[in-house]
Design a protein around this ligand. Sequence first.
Ligand code: PAF
Length: 300
Amino acid sequence: MPVPAEVRELSIYEDVTEIRHAIAAARRDGKRIGVVPTMGALHAGHLSLIEAARAECEFVVVTIFVNPTQFGPQEDLSRYPRPIAADVDECRRLGVDAVFHPQAETIYPSDFKTFVNVEDLSNKWEGAFRPGHFRGVATVVLKLFTIVQPDVAYFGQKDFQQQLIIKRMCRDLNVPVELRVCPIVRDTDGLALSSRNVYLSPSERNSSLVLSRSLLFGEKELHAPEANITAIVKVMREMVGSEKGVTLEYLIIADPNTLEEITEPQRQMVLLVAARVGTTRLIDNVLVLLPHLAEHSRIE
Ligand code: PAF
């Protein structure tokens, strides 16, 4: 029977050996280990991942590490929010068993030389605008997996390309971790939750709603008989591109397994958008299923 959150004890670890011992003890007790990898600044999106882990696993680990290798030189590494005390409180409230909050030198000693690169998938869309980003993500996620050795790991659909790359890495490298991808959590006005939303001024926040609005439009149009992808994408790009203070980076309709752009509707599609709102970079996506179409591709 699950132990209620209020009687669970949260432990915080910075050290790899210590967290490994705690997890090994939990595994010896027959507990299923779930991990939620995060960079902290936890919001309701993260909390939904923790709740999913809590529902399926007897021992839940949340990792909080602002991973320097996934930030480009011009990106927001130094100003990325780090409200660690509030994050720990949230973890305690949700009945997390262990928080792993290592120092950067613990993960990347000064002579660190080994990186993971998931080829091709890492270079398109997000990868094209953020060179090296997915190399940093894949490397740190594999490290976190080898430290925690979870049975199950939880990621958000919001980082659509990220979850695809992590799935491919696990498949290619025989990493024995089950991956769960949980739905995007949105504010009531439609904005997808992100730790970076705190950077938005009230007027930028208002402008940023064009992202979810355009996705909603695209999703609706794709359900229409004889939907024309090229025409839909054109209108969506115009919507985003004409919003004050918003600079569109990419907006595509793609196959959700390969992220190749498509020109004809298919059973499963993903609409992906990335834009800058002022100086803040935001991404969003929506998955569309047209069940009446034949199976071209499958989301695993
Ligand atoms: O999605 C994130 O927060 C990060 O990219 C992750 C997976 C924790 C790796 O640093």
